[in-house]
Design a protein around this ligand. Sequence first.
Ligand code: BGC
Length: 421
Amino acid sequence: MSVLEKAGLGGLHFPPEFLWGSATSPTQVEGETCNEWAGFIARDGSHADEGCEGWHDFERDFQLIDDLNLNAFRLGLDWGRLQPGPGQPLNEAVVERYREMLGWLTGRGIVPFVTLFHFACPQWLAQIGGWTNPQCPAFFADFVRRVAELDLPVQHWVTVNEPEVYLTMAYLIGIFPPHKRFSFTLAWKAFRNLSAGHHLARAALKSHNPDAQAGIAKHFKFFMPHRRWHLIDRVNVWLCKHLFTLRMLEAFLDDGKGGGSDFIGVNYYGRMRVKGFGDISPVSGTPASYFHALDSSCDDMWEQDPQWLAKLLPSLTRRYHLPLYITEAGFATADEDLRVRLFAEHIQSVHAALENGADIRGFFYWALTDNFEWAEGYTKKFGLAGVDFASENRDRQLRPVAAVYAAISKHSTRRPPRHAG
Ligand code: BGC
């Protein structure tokens, strides 16, 4: 039996131009952190600054993308590493390094998706209020204009990653810098500035290259009330669905002044049972056995619901008529059978969504390697490749899911011709 048949993926056909990728973000892999996460200590006692040597030795990990026959990769440019102050020229050595990375990918026919803001403000910006500063959209637009002028070999740009997750973690729950709790006014200001920043950034990219495609990566969850008829649970589910998901997304799709998005990036990590003002999930302390008793599955952080993706994606196409990319989906687990099963079920759902009319163009597995999982540190294992953080060279080891992913991309991808040796 082939790897695909064994995983339940035999006989699935995807469009030949479908992008099969993986993803990372600068703060989570680069190390030697140059932004507001410098010095951050996670719940497991680890430091953001350690990283996974993604800055010094990117080739080791990029080679995995090539080995797995993936034809796309999502990475980010670190604003703090690139720009030493507001309105200042970009650091040339850093530019060259990113140019090298992007050239490596495009030379092998791997399509890059590049994120411009992924949960991390430069330190100089953090000191003056980050995204709550009214000048921040203009600072961001200046940074993006300078990036656009570099003529990097990039067509797809993710301006902002998961605005609502960032706002919640930074200004409401307070476990991300700048560690504000229940600061609704600051969260609102930051939201307004993030959406303005997205529209200005997209305009800057398009004015330099009219073919540039820019959108955000939006977090989607299937929200359900933990207590079916409990008023607070139900009201909060409504708020999560309508304000935090749809209205939030729409602010980035249309600013009423001609600004918009060229695609919707979908980051999907499953289901959330809302209980009062909190949630029931492994990361909030509910044991896995609780979900198993409900005949549901979970990883080390969240309850999973691969099938919901098959409903979500066609509904987004019907509502917004924009190309969709799964810009992130992945699982934090040490149970490799579970990872393979969840991966296969997500792919089956994407396939079902395509058959039901979803305009879905690509899938990016989170993440290429284990990395710094923000407030949780390095103990959450998402990688296609595991990283042995105790070994001197931080050895990489591909996980069983990688073989399944390589088989599906090989089976269904037409890869652009190679340009480099
Ligand atoms: C973020 C990633 C993160 C992943 C897993 C997403 O919310 O964009 O940075 O590592 O989820 O938690």
